[in-house]
Design a protein around this ligand. Structure first.
Ligand SMILES: NC(=O)c1ccc[n+]([C@@H]2O[C@H](COP(=O)([O-])OP(=O)(O)OC[C@H]3O[C@@H](n4cnc5c(N)ncnc54)[C@H](O)[C@@H]3O)[C@@H](O)[C@H]2O)c1
Length: 272
C-alpha cells in the first residue's frame, strides 16, 4: 500500500482523505497538516483511520511516505514543493497556478530529474488535456472562457484595484480578458484550469483567458477552444461547485481522487 501525507484539509483535502479512508484510493493516509489547526482536527475527526497531524508542512515529506499531496494554496507550493522532491517523495499539486512562475517551474522540473521523482497535476475542473497535449506542437490559438457566479469569484486579488462591484451585477458580465499569466496572478484561487491549459499547450502568455461573472448561473462553466494545423477542438464543461467551497468544482475533486487512485493502483492505464 502506498503511504500518503496531505497538505491542506479544505474542500479537496477532505474529500481525498475520505476517499482513502473508505478504500476507494488503496493507500494509507499517515499525516496531515493545515495552517488552520481547526481544519486539521475537523478532518481527522471525520476519518475512521486517523492520520497524525504534523507540526508543520515541511515535516510531511520527512516521514516515510511515497507521495505528498498539496491541496492548500500557491504559497504552500512555493514553500514546500522543492523540499518534498529533495526528500525523494513524489508530489501531487492542486494549486497549479504556482507553476506559472517560470523560475519555480524550472527549479521543480530540474529537481524531478535530479531526485528521480514525479510531480502529478490532475486535470482538475476541465477535460480535454489529453488531446491538447497530443497536438501541443501544432497549436496556433488556445482560449478559455470561464463563467462563474459572482460568489465563486469573491476575494480575488483582482478586486483590490478593480471598480467592479460583484454584488451589484444583474446580468452576465465580462470582468477580465487577458493572458493566463495575468489571470492566474489576479485570480489565484479561481483559475487553476488556465494554468493547466498553459502548461500543456502554448504557454501562459499566448493562452487567452476571459472571465465572466453571471449572477444567474449555478455552475462553474469552462469553454475551451483550440485551433491549429491539426484541426479544431472545443470543450465545454459545466461543473457543479462544491458546497463547502464554491470556488472549487466537484470535477476538480473527482479528478484529484482519480489521479491519486491511479497512482496507488497497479492496472491498465487508459488515455494519453
Ligand atoms: N487544479 C484545479 O483544477 C483546482 C481546482 C480547484 C481548486 N484548486 C486549488 O486547490 C487548492 C485547494 O482547494 P480547496 O477547494 O480545497 O481550498 P479550501 O480553501 O477549501 O482549502 C484549502 C486549505 O488549505 C489551507 N492552507 C492554505 N494555505 C496553506 C499553507 N500555506 N499551509 C498550510 N495550509 C494551508 C487552508 O487553511 C484551507 O484549510 C487551492 O489552491 C485551489 O485554488 C485547484
Amino acid at each position: 500500500m502506498k503511504r500518503i501525507s496531505l497538505l491542506g484539509c479544505g474542500a479537496i483535502g477532505t474529500q481525498l482523505a475520505l476517499a482513502i479512508d473508505c478504500g476507494k484510493i488503496p493507500a494509507t493516509l499517515t499525516h496531515v497538516y493545515d495552517g488552520s489547526k481547526e481544519a486539521s482536527l475537523s478532518l481527522v475527526e471525520k476519518l475512521k483511520n486517523k492520520p497524525i497531524i504534523a507540526e508543520n508542512s515541511h515535516l510531511l515529506s520527512s516521514y516515510p511516505v511515497d507521495i505528498v499531496v498539496e491541496a492548500a494554496s500557491q504559497e504552500a507550493v512555493k514553500d514546500v514543493a522543492l523540499s518534498v522532491l529533495q526528500n525523494k517523495r513524489d508530489l501531487m499539486i492542486m494549486s497549479v497556478g504556482a507553476l506559472l512562475d517560470e523560475s519555480i517551474y524550472d527549479v521543480l522540473s530540474e529537481a524531478c530529474k535530479d531526485f528521480k521523482k514525479t510531480i502529478y497535476l490532475p486535470s482538475g475542473a476541465i477535460g480535454g488535456l489529453d488531446a491538447i497535449k497530443s497536438v501541443k506542437d501544432e497549436i496556433e490559438s488556445l482560449s478559455i472562457t470561464t463563467t462563474k457566479h459572482p460568489r465563486s469569484l469573491k476575494g480575488a486579488k483582482f478586486f483590490e484595484t478593480s471598480k467592479i462591484n460583484l454584488d451589484s451585477l444583474d446580468c452576465a458580465t465580462t470582468i477580465f480578458e487577458g493572458s493566463a499569466r495575468e489571470a492566474v496572478s489576479l485570480f489565484p484561487a479561481n483559475i487553476n484550469v488556465a494554468a493547466l491549459l498553459s502548461l500543456c499547450g502554448i504557454g501562459s502568455e499566448k493562452t487567452v483567458v476571459t472571465i465572466v461573472a453571471d449572477p444567474a448561473t449555478n455552475k462553474n462553466t469552462h469553454h475551451i477552444e483550440v485551433g491549429g494545423k491539426f484541426g479544431k477542438m472545443t470543450f465545454t464543461i459545466e461543473n457543479i461547485p462544491d458546497p463547502s467551497n464554491p470556488k472549487t468544482s466537484r470535477l476538480a475533486i473527482l479528478s484529484a481522487i482519480e489521479t491519486l487512485r491511479k497512482y496507488c493502483s497497479n492496472e491498465i492505464h487508459i488515455g494519453t
